[in-house]
Design a protein around this ligand. Structure first.
Ligand SMILES: Cc1cc2nc3c(=O)[nH]c(=O)nc-3n(C[C@H](O)[C@H](O)[C@H](O)COP(=O)(O)O)c2cc1C
Length: 390
């Protein structure tokens, strides 16, 4: 049985449906921030303090959401962000997100730590899939993965550079989860009280002989699964990644190379100098450095510094006006992480398609009410910052 999707009208409706469907261990993993969740609150506050300045009598009766991302024209400014273990929300979750996004013309970025392999996701949305890379301690194994991704037909590689160590997410420990599930009386009860999820994501694949969901981008023999977290040091996230690693990748990878998790102007300058094609200005959805600056606060200066690089922004988008604001602050496109996951939990492929369309409709309405016909008309003068005035 599914939720009645037509009753889900705004993000909070999808989030509530997701909360009902998922065990707490997964809902909190997906929904919450890190440490005291300061970045989560501050990111929201920074967006809420921006108001949109409408222009009237512009005579525009159509809204064009098309934009240029990495030299190509896309029908909308949205990209689905990489989110590890989306496949634990529903079996085949990453492929379902990709096919829903493809129907709306939105590219998806698959995570290194996904449950569905790149080959399957690339088949679900041909030409529409990017890949997110974490650099492992063993650089050769990392390059082998990059080669595999290239063979699967991926043209855009996005390297996440803001996760030197596992962040502190205390609720995961309390819930018995840290990139692997630990059975405790509390976690077993949690799962038992969400039988629909347990059937869809765990029992059905087990009964179909597909075994415990694992992480297929890891090398054969070193592949962790959701019950057995990664042990082999060669494929643990490297803590000693430097610009030199990125320069090597730049030589090795001929397609688009994007750095995700950049927040300081000096890093943007460095990226531009070594020929990076794009940056994602991101706090990792407020899931990593809890005292990170809000994306909305740093975005204008970073976009200035970016030159010809494509600027993508994410973290905290919950409604169409948030998309409008990040584009007006200088982003060429935005990524959404949690929203497609809420949609997936609430209603599979249809749920994802619905929440993406909801966000686009909200963006169109915001543009219409503020007198904008195209995204190129959005700029700093479309916004008013009321922080400190309330
Ligand atoms: C459940 C979850 C898992 C994530 N896993 C990854 C990951 O493996 N790699 C990565 O670069 N970012 C990851 N992110 C961060 C997203 O790519 C993105 O930056 C963030 O979700 C954007 O914020 P939003 O969720 O508020 O839209 C994850 C986010 C979530 C919610």
């Amino acid at each position: 049985m599914r939720h009645d999707l037509s009753a889900l009208l705004e993000t909070e409706d999808f989030r509530t449906a997701a909360r009902r469907y998922l065990p707490r261990v997964l809902f909190e993993y997906m929904d919450r921030g890190s440490e005291r969740e300061t970045a989560l609150k501050q990111g929201r506050t920074a967006l809420d303090h921006l108001r949109i300045m409408p222009s009237v009598l512009t005579g525009s009766s159509t809204r064009d959401l098309s934009c240029n991302i990495l030299g190509k024209t896309f029908p909308t400014p949205l990209i689905v962000a990489p989110t590890a273990i989306a496949g634990m929300i529903r079996t085949g979750g990453e492929a379902r997100i990709a096919s829903a996004a493809a129907r709306v013309g939105i590219p998806v970025c698959l995570a290194t730590q996904s449950i569905v392999p790149i080959e399957t996701v690339a088949r679900a949305a041909p030409g529409n899939v990017w890949f997110q890379l974490y650099i492992w301690q063993n650089r050769q194994r990392t390059l082998d993965l990059v080669e595999r991704v290239r063979t699967a037909g991926v043209e855009t590689l996005l390297v996440t550079v803001d996760t030197a160590v596992q962040p502190l997410r205390h609720y995961n420990r309390r819930n018995g989860f840290s990139m692997g599930f630990r059975a405790t009386p509390r976690s077993v009860l949690d799962i038992a009280s969400h039988p629909r999820w347990a059937w869809n994501a765990l029992l059905r694949p087990l009964l179909q002989g597909r075994g415990v969901p694992d992480f297929p981008h890891y090398p054969e023999g070193l592949r962790p699964n959701v019950l057995r977290p990664q042990q082999d040091p060669s494929v643990r996230l490297a803590q000693d990644v430097t610009w030199q690693d990125i320069e090597h990748l730049r030589v090795f990878w001929k397609g688009n190379l994007v750095l995700k998790g950049v927040l300081s102007p000096e890093d943007v300058t460095h990226a531009r100098r070594i020929g990076i094609d794009g940056i994602v200005v991101s706090t990792h959805g407020a899931r990593n450095l809890d005292s990170a600056p809000a994306v909305a606060d740093v975005l204008p200066s970073l976009a200035d510094e970016a030159g010809n690089m494509t600027v993508i922004a994410d973290s905290g988008i919950r409604q169409g006006s948030d998309v409008f604001k990040l584009l007006a602050l200088g982003a060429d496109a935005v990524m959404v992480g949690r929203l497609p996951l809420y949609g997936l939990a609430a209603g599979g492929v249809e749920g994802v398609e619905r929440i993406l369309n909801m966000l686009l409709d909200e963006l169109r309405v915001t543009m219409a009410l503020s007198g904008k016909a195209t995204l190129s008309q959005l700029g700093l003068n479309s916004l008013l910052n009321v922080r400190g005035q309330e």
